[in-house]
Design a binder for this molecule. Structure first.
Ligand code: ADP
Ligand code: MG
Length: 348
C-alpha cells in the first residue's frame, strides 16, 4: 500500500534527522497566543497567564492500535492528534498545543511521513492547535506514535471524573458503536482481499461507520456548547473504550452508582443495520465497542431544561447511591449489572 500510493520514494537516510524534522514541520505556524516558542529550540515555551494547564499523552503502536494495511497515513496522523484532543475536551478545557513524536523504520519513504504530517496539519488547522515540538527516531519493530495534547482552562471550569452525585443525569454526545462496527467492516474487507486481491470493496453503504473508525472527530463543540448553555457538568470523561467501561470509571471516581437505560442509548440507523448483518447486538456494541470519542458527562437535574431537546445530547440514565451499583435497564425492564466489557449476563 505504501508502495503504490507513493510514486516517489525518497529514502529517509538521505534527509538526516535534522533535515527530516525541518522538512516535515516547516509549514506549521503558531497561531495560539500562548505559544511563545515552538519547534526549534531544546523545548517549547508556553504562557497561559495564570490559567490552569491541561496535559494528556498517548502512545500508539503499529499492530496494536492501528493497522497500516487499511489505515491511510494521512488518516493516521489526523486520528493520532484527534484522540488526544478528545482527552483535553473531556476536562472541559480548550486544546491549544500538541507535540508529536514518531519512531519509524527506514523502509518508510519520506513521502509516507509527509502524508502522515498532512493529517497532523489538517487536525491542527481544524481544531486550532499549534504543533510545538516532538521527537523523531527510528524503529525496528514497526511504527510508534506518541502525541501530547496541551490545553487551558479557568480554574473553576475544569471538570473531573469525580464530581457526579446521586440523581445527576447521565448525558452523552452524538451516537455510539459506529467506530467499532467500522473496524469490523474493514477487517472483513481485509480478509476478502487476502483471498482475492482483485476484489474491490464497496464501502459506500458503510461510509459513516468506516469514517468513525478511520477519521474520528473529537467533540470540541461540546465544552463550547455547554458554556453557551451555562451548564457545567459535574463529571466528564471521553468515550475511548466503550460506554460501559467509561460509566464505571465515572462511578468509581465519583463514588456513585448508575442506572443506564438501554432504550435511550443513541444509535445511528447504519449501526443498527450493520449490527444485524454481523449478527451482533447493537446495545452490546455501543457498550463494549470503543473509539467513538464522544463525551459522557453528568449534570445536575436542575440543568435539564437547558439541554433538553438539543440534537447533540442524549440523556441516557441517572446516577444513584454507590451501594446500588451500576446497572443497565433493558428494553424488557430487566436490571443487569454493567461490566467493563458491556454487561454481565450472568449477574442480575
Ligand atoms: P533534541 O535533540 O533536543 O531532542 P531534536 O533535534 O529532537 O532536539 O528536536 C529539535 C526540535 O524539533 C525540537 O523543537 C523538537 O521539539 C522538534 N521536533 C523533533 N521531532 C519532531 C517531530 N516529529 N514533530 C515535531 N517537532 C519535532
Ligand atoms: Mg529529540
Amino acid at each position: 500500500m505504501l508502495e503504490d500510493k507513493n510514486q516517489q520514494r525518497t529514502p529517509l537516510e538521505k534527509m538526516g534527522e535534522f533535515g527530516l524534522i525541518k522538512h516535515l514541520t516547516q509549514n506549521f505556524e503558531l497561531n495560539q497566543a500562548s505559544s511563545e516558542m515552538g519547534i526549534g529550540d531544546d523545548a517549547a515555551v508556553l504562557d497561559f497567564e495564570g490559567k490552569k494547564t491541561i496535559v494528556s499523552t498517548d502512545l500508539l503502536v503499529e499492530g496494536v492500535h492501528f493497522d497500516l494495511a487499511y489505515m491511510p497515513l494521512k488518516h493516521l496522523g489526523y486520528k493520532s492528534v484527534v484522540v488526544n484532543l478528545s482527552d483535553v475536551y473531556a476536562m472541559n478545557a480548550i486544546a491549544t498545543q500538541i507535540t508529536v513524536s514518531i519512531a519509524v523504520s527506514n523502509r518508510f519513504p519520506l513521502e509516507a511521513l509527509e502524508e502522515f504530517y498532512e493529517g497532523v496539519a489538517l487536525a491542527c488547522k481544524l481544531y486550532n492547535v499549534d504543533l510545538v515540538g516532538g521527537d523523531t527516531t527510528s524503529s525496528k519493530t514497526g511504527m510508534l506514535i506518541s502525541v501530547t495534547a496541551i490545553g487551558v482552562a479557568e480554574t473553576d471550569g475544569i471538570v473531573y471524573r469525580s464530581g457526579a452525585k446521586p440523581n445527576d443525569l447521565l448525558v452523552v454526545s452524538g451516537d455510539l458503536g459506529g467506530a467499532y462496527l467500522g473496524l469490523q467492516v474493514l477487517e472483513r474487507e481485509k480478509e476478502v482481499f487476502k483471498v482475492n486481491p482483485n476484489s474491490q470493496p464497496d464501502l459506500e453503504p458503510y461510509a459513516y461507520i468506516v469514517e468513525r473508525q478511520l477519521k474520528p472527530e473529537a467533540r470540541k463543540d461540546i465544552p463550547e456548547l455547554l458554556q453557551k448553555l451555562e451548564v457545567k457538568p459535574t463529571a466528564m470523561i471521553d468515550i475511548s473504550d466503550g460506554l460501559s467501561s467509561e460509566i464505571l470509571h465515572l462511578c468509581e471516581a465519583s463514588e456513585v452508582g448508575c442506572n443506564l437505560f438501554e432504550d435511550k442509548v443513541p444509535l445511528d440507523p447504519i449501526v443498527i443495520s450493520t449490527s444485524e448483518e454481523f449478527k451482533m447486538d447493537s446495545t452490546m456494541i455501543a457498550l463494549g465497542g470503543g473509539e467513538d470519542y464522544e463525551l459522557l458527562f453528568t449534570i445536575d437535574q436542575a440543568d435539564y431544561p437547558k439541554i433538553k431537546g438539543n440534537p447533540n445530547l442524549t440523556v441516557i440514565g441517572h446516577m444513584t447511591e454507590q451501594k446500588e451499583g451500576a446497572h443497565l435497564i433493558t428494553r424488557g425492564d430487566t436490571k443487569i449489572a454493567l461490566t467493563a466489557q458491556g454487561w454481565n449476563s450472568f449477574d442480575s
